[in-house]
Design a protein. Structure first.
Length: 228
């Protein structure tokens, strides 16, 4: 991730919060949308149970992405632009990207229904192609957000405000979505990073993940890794 450098002689802007957990969420979405198209392409049309399971889990990821973008639209853009007016051009780009992704996500329920009802090349190909396009558009969006928005969030939002944003996000996701992202973040981290990250995770989530969440996470990833 690149961060704009200050003008020569100027001190670097002070960071009021650490928004790198947003980058972790981006890593998860990148990984999931890299796996999903291939899971669809490689699914055996005769294995209706696997197709139903893949479809359910792709919908889970789609819903999480839709929700993630709606939260940003509702809680971030006005704050960022209001406190850093020079960032308005980047905020507008974020909104356009979100609209592009939303249009693609709106196509997904019908494509998934067609594939699950009549699995085969004529239904899997358009579904996989749309997932590829989501991955492409989303990848460009996340890169731009990490370059132009995340550094500004860290400079204009307090640690308390960022924590409140995280609390709203956590409370509004389904438990299976929380388990999916928690498990994926852990798997993407080094042992040292996992140890540090675990200190920030509420104890109830860690207990639930150990009891039931890890198995749910592994089942979802087993479906999505089917084409890897």
């Amino acid at each position: 991730m690149s961060v704009p450098l200050p003008a020569t002689g100027d001190p670097p802007p002070a960071k009021l919060c650490d928004a790198q957990d947003l980058v972790l969420a981006h890593l998860c979405f990148r990984r999931l949308y890299a796996l999903a198209p291939e899971a669809v392409r490689h699914a055996d049309p005769g294995d209706r149970a696997r197709i139903a399971s893949i479809g359910k889990n792709v919908s889970l990821v789609d819903d999480a992405l839709h929700h993630h973008h709606r939260l940003e639209d509702a809680m971030l853009w006005d704050t960022v632009e209001g406190r850093r007016p020079a960032c308005a051009i980047h905020v507008e780009l974020m909104k356009r990207h979100h609209a592009q992704v939303a249009l693609l996500l709106d196509e997904m329920p019908a494509l998934l229904e067609a594939w699950q009802t009549g699995p085969g090349p004529t239904t899997s190909a358009p579904l996989a192609s749309t997932l590829d396009e989501i991955s492409r558009v989303l990848g460009d969006h996340l890169t731009a957000e990490e370059e132009h928005i995340v550094p500004v969030i860290e400079e204009v939002m307090t640690a308390k405000e960022w924590e409140e944003f995280g609390d709203v996000a956590q409370k509004s996701y389904a438990r299976s979505q929380i388990f999916l992202f928690y498990g994926l973040i852990l798997d993407l981290m080094s042992p040292q990073e996992r140890e540090s990250f675990a200190k920030e995770v509420p104890l109830p989530i860690k207990i639930l993940y150990a009891l039931v969440g890890r198995r749910q996470y592994e089942r979802i990833m087993n479906d999505l890794r089917a084409g890897a």
